[in-house]
Design a binder for this molecule. Structure first.
Ligand SMILES: *Cc1c(COP(=O)(O)O)cnc(C)c1O
Length: 383
């Protein structure tokens, strides 16, 4: 059996996505900025995708700007806001558990002279609102906090942070790559100015993402060029990518409640299956029902995460330790470290991430494989 449980790293595209992209590549290759009819057809398809992507978060289509992915969306939002405001304001607030595309972007700004406050999290991976409030000063330009953490699935109080940001007149950016289409994020209820999303985390294609920019909010573009995407991101549009992303967003929007409930059912089945049969296994991050429906991070104390990952691979089960983006580098997860966990817990952590394609049979198979593997490997472990 092959069980793909690494959906936080990337997801399998829906077949409707692939079909729409094949059509786009074969038939809609014209430059959408050109003036003749087939090109205008490509442009129309882009605008339809933009609308479908906007709908998922209750945004207007004019507030969505395409980028090459979540990484570029985060860089553009954060640096673009910082550079525009830098004459008056040079302070940024973020958290210690952001994705590297946020952390490394703010560290770049820090090296360029910006001041950055890194807000810690509690053992559940949640920020303290009072700490954010306390750090805001007259020179604060931007707060950047992720909606859902990619390693542990903790969900931040985006509404409360937005309210604080608005009251203090500070821009608020949200990395919603892991939240978009999985938890409710409605721009009509949230005081969010900038939000990053990505196609390949919602069963769309890789290499396409977008920034939501609230109407009236301005940022400085990072690329100079032909002024496409409202001059937020120059460059000829990735038409197949945009169309594929749009189809994925449409499917996501239509099925969000159903898919989220289904993934939560699988997540609980996985957790209780493991907990009831394996001693000394612990959830890292929020309790099973409090976190995002698709992410479960568990430590099997006494067995190295990396060893378990490869043993699972032998059985056809694909998981991660920490995040895919940092897993090529040696060293411990900055997220688990910042939860304040012991080294034992951090070294033995495995991230399971689900999708609507997973089944109960796959979960049961994974539980059974893990019961055997953990027992086997723990024979060599002495506390
Ligand atoms: C995957 C991910 C990103 C990066 O998105 P890409 O489209 O792969 O560049 C950013 N933030 C989070 C939370 C992610 O999970």
């Amino acid at each position: 059996m092959q069980v793909y449980l690494d959906n936080s790293a990337t997801t399998k595209p829906y077949k409707e996505v692939v079909e729409a992209m094949i059509y786009a590549l074969n038939e809609r290759y014209e430059n959408p900025s050109s003036m003749y009819r087939p090109a205008m057809e490509a442009e129309k398809m882009i605008e339809n995708a933009r609308l479908n992507i906007a709908k998922v978060i209750g945004a207007k289509k004019e507030e969505i700007f395409f980028t090459s992915g979540g990484t570029e969306a985060n860089n553009t939002a954060i640096k673009g806001a910082a550079y525009l405001l830098k004459k008056r304001k040079n302070h940024i607030i973020t958290t210690t558990i952001e994705h590297p595309s946020v952390l490394n972007a703010v560290m770049r700004l820090e090296a360029e002279g910006f001041k950055v406050s890194y807000i810690g999290v509690d053992v559940n991976g949640i920020v303290d609102l009072n700490e954010i409030k306390d750090k805001i000063n007259d020179s604060t330009a931007l707060i950047s906090v992720m909606a859902v953490n990619n390693e542990i699935g903790s969900i931040q109080p985006i509404k409360d942070i937005g309210d604080i940001a608005k009251e203090k007149g500070v821009l608020f950016h949200v990395d919603a790559v892991q939240g978009y289409g999985k938890i409710v994020l409605d721009m009509r209820d949230l005081n969010v100015d900038l939000m990053s999303i990505s196609g390949h985390k919602i069963h769309g294609p890789k290499g396409i993402g977008a920034i939501y920019i609230k109407r009236g909010v301005k940022i400085q573009p990072l690329l100079d060029g032909g002024g496409q995407e409202g001059n937020v991101r120059s460059g000829t549009e990735n038409v197949p990518g945009i169309i594929g992303f749009g189809v994925a967003a449409e499917i996501c929007h239509k099925n969000m409640d159903k898919y989220s409930d289904y993934m939560m059912t699988l997540k609980k089945r996985l957790w209780y299956g493991l907990k009831d049969n394996i001693s000394d296994c612990f959830i890292n991050g929020p309790d099973v029902e409090k976190g995002a429906p698709h992410i479960l991070n568990i430590s099997f104390v006494g067995v190295k995460g990396e060893v378990l990952l490869h043993a699972l691979e032998e059985k056809g089960v694909y998981v991660s330790t920490g995040s895919a983006c940092s897993s090529h580098k040696r060293g411990v997860s900055h997220v688990l470290k910042n939860l304040g966990l012991s080294d034992d817990r951090i070294e033995s952590a495995i991230r399971f991430s689900l999708s609507p394609f997973n089944t109960c049979e796959e979960v049961d198979y994974t539980v059974n494989v893990l019961i055997d593997l953990v027992r086997e490997y723990r024979k060599f472990y002495r506390r």
